[in-house]
Design a protein around this ligand. Structure first.
Ligand code: ITT
Length: 196
């Protein structure tokens, strides 16, 4: 049985692979020959995570793990949220999205926000979801070259003032929305299913 990651985002693949036991046999959607964008027609992270995982599990069998994430900004009433990937336009461009966020927050003093991830775990017998979130603030300009998406604008509240883009992969994993969701999932597995 193989574990396939139901995401077309190479940065997510990198972060998820770094969190999994080395002996697991993990394949990306692309490696499994899936080149099309995975369906995401829902209006919640939970619905989209389920849809992506179900799509791949049905197509390939075995186990599929998806990740749907979003940035919720309080001053924008939770936007961009589930629409984070296309906040700046249909092209899903990270730099364009960051510019759109800075523009939307010009002159805004309340900069609090959170990243939220829902992971869906689809198996031959069913589907389970797990959540992780991290509170923080949105900067007024970008800082850092690492990470992806909105990382250069987000300072987690439990950190030392650096953005996620200024952290090593391991440091981000320890406090990120995705790291927390992945740890909840692995705790629930509790060694029961180890894909090989
Ligand atoms: P898949 O659907 O193929 O998994 P995607 O990039 O479309 O990939 P999402 O629908 O979850 O993924 O989009 C979430 C958006 O939020 C997207 O713009 C990401 O760049 C951004 N994002 C997700 N996780 C992030 C993280 O850990 N740090 C910063 N930005 C992140």
């Amino acid at each position: 049985m193989k574990l396939v990651l139901a995401t077309q985002n190479p940065n997510k693949v990198k972060e998820i692979q770094a969190a999994l036991p080395a002996e697991w046999s993990v394949t990306t959607a692309r490696d499994a020959g899936i080149t099309e964008e995975l369906p995401e027609t829902g209006t919640t992270l939970d619905a989209n995570a389920r849809e992506k995982a179900a799509y791949l599990q049905t197509k390939l069998g075995g186990f599929a793990l998806s990740d749907d994430s979003g940035l919720e900004v309080d001053a924008l009433e939770g936007a961009p949220g589930v629409y984070s990937a296309r906040f700046g336009g249909p092209e899903k461009d990270d730099a364009v999205n960051r510019a759109a966020l800075l523009h939307a927050m010009e002159g805004v003093t309340n900069r609090t926000a959170r990243f939220r991830t829902v992971i869906a775990w689809a198996t031959p017998t069913g589907m389970t979801t797990f959540e992780g979130e991290v509170e923080g603030i949105i900067l007024e300009s970008e800082r850092g070259e690492g990470g992806f998406g909105y990382d250069a604008l987000f300072v987690p509240e439990d950190g030392d003032g650096r953005t996620f883009a200024e952290m090593a992969l391991e440091e981000k994993k320890a406090m990120s929305h995705r790291g927390r969701a992945l740890r909840a999932w692995m705790a629930a597995l509790d060694g029961e299913i180890i894909p090989r």
